[in-house]
Design a protein around this ligand. Structure first.
Ligand SMILES: CC1(C)O[C@H]2[C@@H](O1)[C@@]1(COC(C)(C)O1)O[C@@H]2CNc1nc2cc3nc(N)[nH]c(=O)c3cc2[nH]1
Length: 372
């Protein structure tokens, strides 16, 4: 029985709802902070919970290398290991292998690769990825193993990757079997070719999944090209199941994707950029390293409910960034995750009240064109 997904309101193509899981409800549109190696970098799970996040993302690739699947199981699984008792979605590993590990080989059977940590050899099959995610890590939402084709792709190459991913979707579903307390999502591929994405969506629906991800994007194609794909890709997927856009993105990416029917997101940007001094605010992105903040005693963003934005001045944050202090990384990561949660909460309210079009216009006027 798939997790109930109750859509409480729609506004144009945008939806807001609740994905109900045994470990807790996920309010959608939802942003999942990335907890790659069993930690959302620089934050405690208590701080992450304070931001309003309902679900975290973990990575099979990193966790299978360290601490390893069998050790993680002996330690009680990922939730217990990191003391996060709410839902966790895990990515299946293929994308990270291709983007992070040095040597890798892709065949019909598996992806084999050398660890970027110590060069040790590893094999990931659809079956092994499901076993790691569902049985060793104990993930609530499991992703199929797929192939994310690099952008730009020739149509023939995009077709190959889409068809392999569809065959691996079938193997992933067979390995997952039927489970009540966990969900399995399929991943749509097809690069920037509409007919390939249509074929991918049809093949995934024939197999049947609890949710559907849009893969193959946020791989360098840029905002405009991504939106062109999102003009058709989300609505090729079942309207009554969650739609998850993988690896996205900047605040404006989230607004434009929600406008086109996407429900779930994840991205390293809030924490990664936060560690480098970049903060997102309702008035646009700023970098605290900039000299203009050296004596700016105003808070970062009074509308974002978190200590970094409320209790400190921009001058202090500027100082912490300039001196590369750990506290600067903590406060800006905390602020950025809190901002992404405030953004998704504002979008949920706007959709529920039927004013998302106005919200989108105001956001562009205030956040995008301003771009301080
Ligand atoms: C390589 C690394 C760490 O992953 C992040 C980050 O850099 C970076 C570099 O530029 C930004 C955009 C900021 O994000 O791109 C990655 C985020 N984009 C993305 N994540 C994805 C994950 C995926 N997982 C699966 N299973 N299948 C996919 O098709 C897939 C596609 C994806 N696209």
């Amino acid at each position: 029985m798939p997790f109930p997904f109750d859509i409480s309101a729609t506004d144009g193509r945008a939806r807001t709802g609740l994905l109900r899981t045994p470990r807790g409800d996920i309010r959608t549109p939802a942003f999942m902070p990335v907890g790659t190696a069993a930690t959302v970098k620089a934050l405690t799970v208590g701080q992450v919970e304070q931001t309003g996040a309902d679900i975290l993302l973990g990575n099979t690739y990193h966790l299978m290398l360290r601490p390893g699947p069998e050790r993680m199981e002996r330690l009680g699984g990922l939730h217990r290991f990191m003391r996060w008792d709410k839902p966790i979605l895990t990515d299946s590993g293929g994308f990270q292998v291709m983007s992070l590990s040095g040597i890798s080989k892709l065949t019909e059977e598996a992806v084999t690769f050398s660890s970027h940590v110590d060069g040790s050899k590893h094999v990931l099959t659809p079956e092994r990825s499901i076993e790691i995610q569902a049985d060793r890590l104990g993930s609530d939402i499991v992703m199929q193993l797929d192939e994310c084709v690099a952008w730009p792709a020739e149509e023939s190459r995009a077709r190959e990757g889409m068809e392999l991913s569809a065959r691996w979707a079938k193997r992933s579903k067979a390995a997952f079997g039927s489970r009540d307390a966990q969900a399995l999502f399929g991943i749509q591929q097809g690069s920037t070719f509409e007919h390939l994405r249509r074929e991918s969506s049809d093949r995934l629906q024939d197999i049947g999944f609890d949710g559907y991800a849009i893969g193959g994007l946020a791989v360098g194609e840029g905002h405009a090209a991504m939106c062109e794909v999102l003009d058709y890709a989300p609505e090729m997927l079942p309207a009554d199941r969650p739609r998850y856009l993988m690896g996205v993105g900047k605040p404006v990416d989230l607004v434009e994707a929600v406008w086109r029917g996407v429900d779930m997101f994840d991205c390293v940007l809030p924490t990664r950029a936060g560690r480098h001094g970049q903060a997102w605010t309702w008035a646009g992105p700023i970098n605290l390293k900039n000299a203009r903040f050296a004596e700016d005693e105003e808070p970062l963003d009074p509308e974002v409910p978190c200590p970094a934005s409320q209790d400190y001045s921009k001058a202090y944050l500027h100082h912490l960034v300039r001196t590369d202090e750990i506290l600067g990384k903590v406060l800006l990561s905390w602020h950025n995750i809190a901002f992404f949660q405030a953004l998704t909460a504002a979008m949920r309210a706007a959709i529920a009240e039927g004013r998302f079009e106005q919200f989108r216009r105001d956001f562009h006027a205030r956040h995008v064109s301003n771009g301080r």
